[in-house]
Design a protein around this ligand. Structure first.
Ligand code: NAI
Ligand code: UGA
Length: 460
């Protein structure tokens, strides 16, 4: 099949490359010439494991090309919309202008009978609004196929998704032939796109537009809810000397609860969960659903509170104030295995510490190049060893494997003071303590710990 993918960021580039790997002929279109040039060379413009290989394969087979010109989409049977829907600059709502402009640019290049399918995350009602943008083309079909991939495992998530969701006009009732049961319209087109996945047994759910839009928003809201729930419990654990990791492990053994997204720590960030829960809240407010508005507000505030708490803990570990202290932050990206720094909790905390007068050095295996220009108050160091030199407090804020497996003895030889705040609760505290470190986590029983040990005093 010939397919176009409009918007080649973290979602679109992976979508284009995986579709080409399934045998389709794909053109990726983006307004950013730098990104297009890199992708066309077979190099990912961001760090995503496995993507470079797929891009190179796509280029070598000739099945994957990239362009800044929307006319390159001509002749495609299916056009996927993967442009951004970021948080509006002046409100919590999603900004849909990129979607509208992508469709407007695509309009003159759409063949009769072409199928336009959105993958971007959108508030409920967006597809109906976009139908208006496509009103002059009743010969074009519109569908919505939300995406659930995670950065860092995006290639695998795209090739082996948990499920496929198709939002179609009229929902299930109009998606299949009433007598034969054969898929029709958008459903048939998407079945052809995803044939290898469907053959491998990936479930596909067909529903109406509103349901498809809400499935995606609700899924992200639920993941965020789990994280904020365990972080709120972590605070109680700290107050009462309980260990949140052991608690979450035991809770997760109940299959009705499940252990994933119950990892307590600094909380969630990134280009999606934070803006999606705010958009969901806005949708709830517009629909008068007060409970969901309150719920999302709380999830967001617990999450942001974790950053505040981490800054306070750092001050406590520095004897009351971080001013003038040398702090090394391990991790800049919003989570490991990506260089994405959008709403990174690690950088937010690092910047707040710097605002309080700390001398903050940040290191990260992949994200330093993305971050240094945007955070002038922070010092960036590509080498972790260099970054650790002379630190009075080490803070693990993004749990890259390099930091999880860091040798406490080797790190201890570089720092001025062996105190570590493990805000992702991933270090082997006993091993670090055995090496003379004072280790503090989030929800690991701080009250009990505080009465037994106090950080070594700082010389001024
Ligand atoms: N990043 C992720 O892991 C996932 C993202 N999503 C959703 O996918 C959408 C895209 O997210 P990301 O890829 O992270 O954003 P992104 O910002 O990395 O990529 C968006 C791309 O669209 C391009 N663009 C903007 N306007 C355009 C236009 N008119 N024509 C062509 N290209 C245009 C931009 O230059 C950019 O490269 C969002 O709605 C997001 O919520 C959904 C699932 C996963
Ligand atoms: O809509 C999206 O864009 C995507 O958003 C998330 O994916 P992603 O943002 O890539 O990252 P996650 O792995 O979900 O992590 C999000 C944040 O939550 C944090 N997190 C996650 C899990 C956990 O137990 N604790 C926790 O603090 C991570 O550190 C990270 O900052 C969802 O997991 C995807 O299903 C969805 O497609």
């Amino acid at each position: 099949m010939k397919i176009s993918v409009i918007g080649c960021g973290y979602l679109g580039a992976v979508h284009a490359a995986t579709l080409a790997s399934m045998g389709h002929t794909v053109v990726g279109i983006d307004v950013d010439p730098g990104k297009v040039e890199q992708l066309a060379r077979g190099a990912a413009p961001f760090h995503e494991p496995g993507l470079d290989e797929l891009l190179r394969d796509g280029r070598n087979t000739g099945r994957l090309t990239f362009s800044t010109d929307a006319a390159a989409a001509k002749g495609a049977q299916v056009h996927f919309l993967c442009v951004g829907t970021p948080q509006d600059k002046t409100s919590d709502a999603a900004n849909l202008t990129f979607l509208v402009s992508a469709i407007e640019t695509l309009l003159p290049h759409l063949a009769a009978g072409a199928v336009v399918v959105g993958k971007s995350t959108v508030p409920v009602g967006t597809v109906e609004m976009l139908r208006g943008v496509l009103a002059s083309r009743p010969d074009v079909l519109l569908g919505w196929n939300p995406e659930f991939l995670r950065q860092g495992t995006a290639v695998k998530d795209s090739l082996v998704p948990d499920r496929l969701v198709y939002g179609v006009d009229g929902g299930r009732a109009s998606a299949f032939h009433p007598r034969t049961g054969a898929p029709l319209g958008v459903t048939a087109a998407l079945d052809a796109v995803y044939e290898p996945l469907l053959e491998a047994g990936i479930p596909r759910l067909v529903c109406n537009f509103a349901t498809a839009e809400l499935i995606k928003s609700a899924a992200n809201a639920f993941l965020a809810t789990k994280v904020s729930f365990i972080n709120a419990v972590a605070e109680l654990c700290d107050a009462k000397g309980a260990d949140v990791a052991e608690l979450a492990e035991a809770m997760g053994m109940d299959p009705r609860i499940g252990g994933r997204y119950l990892h307590a720590g600094l909380g969630f960030g990134g280009g999606c969960l934070p803006k999606d829960i705010r958009s969901f809240r806005t949708q709830a407010i517009h629909a008068g659903v007060t409970a969901l508005d309150d719920w999302m507000r709380l999830v967001d505030s617990v999450n942001l509170g974790q950053r505040e708490r981490t800054v306070s803990l750092a001050a406590g570990l520095c004897g009351g104030s971080v001013a003038g202290r040398s702090i090394t932050v391990l991790g800049a990206s919003f989570k490991p295995d990506t260089d994405d720094i959008r709403d990174s909790p690690a950088l937010d905390v690092a910047d707040r510490l710097a605002a309080c007068g700390a001398h903050v050095t940040v290191t990260d295996p992949k994200a330093v190049n993305q971050a240094w220009r945007r955070y002038p108050r922070l010092k960036f160091e590509a080498s972790m060893e260099q970054a650790l030199e002379g630190a009075e407090l080490v803070m693990l804020l993004t749990e890259w494997d390099e930091y999880r497996s860091l040798s406490p003895a080797a790190a201890g030889a570089r720092v001025r003071r062996r105190v570590v705040l493990d805000a992702r609760n991933v270090l082997d505290a006993a091993a670090w303590q055995a090496s003379g470190w004072l280790v503090r986590g989030l929800g690991t029983g701080a009250a009990a710990y505080a009465s037994e040990q106090a950080p070594a005093p700082l010389s001024s």
